[in-house]
Design a protein around this ligand. Structure first.
Ligand code: ZN
Length: 358
């Protein structure tokens, strides 16, 4: 079997694989977004505040939250923000979609550039260990350089996600929102954390390709290895392209919890539901989580803040490209308890700040 097919098969083994955005090949669109994002970054200042506070009533009827795997997710955020009358400084033409898409594309193109220039330096005299070390170094440098560059962009997305989450459940904005944002901003496991996870994952993939090419049954062939290494990033493009949407989706999810927590007396008069998208890309841990429905408030927040879980004796990280949401329905009797108390060793906390309701 040719190497390419092997590579293909291995990628498909990943339940989140096989997800590409062919429509992204649009140079004009990419250019428009690049200048828009440059403008946003230039205008950004830390004093930036919401110009208007929202007093949005539920009756506005927000559309259901779309899958973050689709670009409609950005439209949803923009629609909620616009219906709620929220105005962001520096938000002249570009909306959430522009900011998010631009960040996604930038991550992808910088990674591709970094790997390609490295591959051009190979002359075939390198040992397996040298190639592995060098490619890991390239990825490490890529993430070190790009995470800080992306932070402002992600903060902007973060704010939109959180506030969209709050207003979409019909809550008013208040001074507490800024505090929650501040907490999340200080948290180490949020902005950029998914890029770190991604870069570890992709470095492992490069290493595997190198090891296979130097393998005992393989006749070492530099051009063939370079070709295969060049295929690694495009095969993972879908992940990078959803990192920004995941950030928005996750903060929007936190916004919902925060909005609910604004009325603490009601928290236990609801049953909460973990919703995951039932398609072939769903991880097993998300299926399991959904089977635990209905959840109490405490259980729902526990799972949301512990998005890593032991499944069949192995850790599954639900953090990269998480498409899950939590919803709730009212019940007459108080609904309390926490089935996960005492089972904390089966989970790992993925949010490293305590929220105001904890
Ligand atoms: Zn998920």
């Amino acid at each position: 079997m040719p190497q390419n097919e092997i590579l293909q098969l291995q990628d498909n083994e990943d339940e989140n694989g096989d997800y590409l955005f062919p429509e992204i090949e649009d140079d004009v669109f990419e250019e428009t977004m690049s200048s828009a994002i440059a403008e946003i970054m230039a205008n950004h200042s830390d004093e930036q505040e919401l110009v208007e506070k929202s007093t949005v009533p539920l009756q506005l009827g927000f559309p259901p939250i779309p899958d973050i795997a689709t670009l409609e997710y950005y439209d949803w955020v923009d629609e909620v923000i616009s219906k709620a009358g929220l105005v962001f400084e520096g938000n002249q033409p570009p909306g959430t979609k522009t900011i998010g898409r631009s960040a996604e594309l930038r991550l992808y193109s910088t990674l591709q550039d970094a790997v390609q220039s490295f591959l051009e330096t190979l002359d075939g005299t390198e040992s397996q260990q040298e190639v592995v070390d060098a490619v890991r170094e390239v990825i490490a440098r890529w993430s070190e350089v790009n995470i800080p560059l992306m932070n402002r962009t992600f903060e902007e997305l973060f704010k939109r996600g959180l506030l969209a989450g709050v207003v979409a459940v019909g809550q008013r904005l208040d001074i507490g929102d800024e505090k929650v944002l501040e907490l999340l901003r200080e948290s180490e496991l949020k902005i950029g954390s998914r890029i770190v996870l991604f870069s570890e994952d992709i470095a492992n993939r490069y290493q595997k390709v190198v090891e296979r090419n130097f393998g005992p049954t393989e006749e070492y062939n530099l051009p063939a290895m370079v070709r295969q290494l060049n295929d690694v990033a495009p095969a993972r493009r879908f992940e990078l392209e959803r990192i920004a949407r995941t950030e928005v989706g996750q903060t929007s999810g936190i916004g919902r919890f925060w909005a609910w927590a604004k009325e603490p007396e009601d928290l236990y008069f609801y049953q909460y539901n973990w919703n995951s998208t039932p398609d072939t890309r769903r991880r097993k841990m998300k299926e399991i989580r959904q089977s635990w429905n209905p959840l109490t408030w405490d259980e729902a927040w526990f799972l949301w803040s512990h998005n890593k879980q032991m499944v069949d004796g192995k850790w599954q990280n639900g953090n990269i490209n998480c498409r899950c949401t939590v919803s709730r329905t009212p019940v007459d009797d108080e609904y309390t308890g926490n089935r996960f108390a005492g089972r904390e060793n089966m989970f790992e906390r993925t949010l490293d700040v305590d929220m105001p309701w904890e």
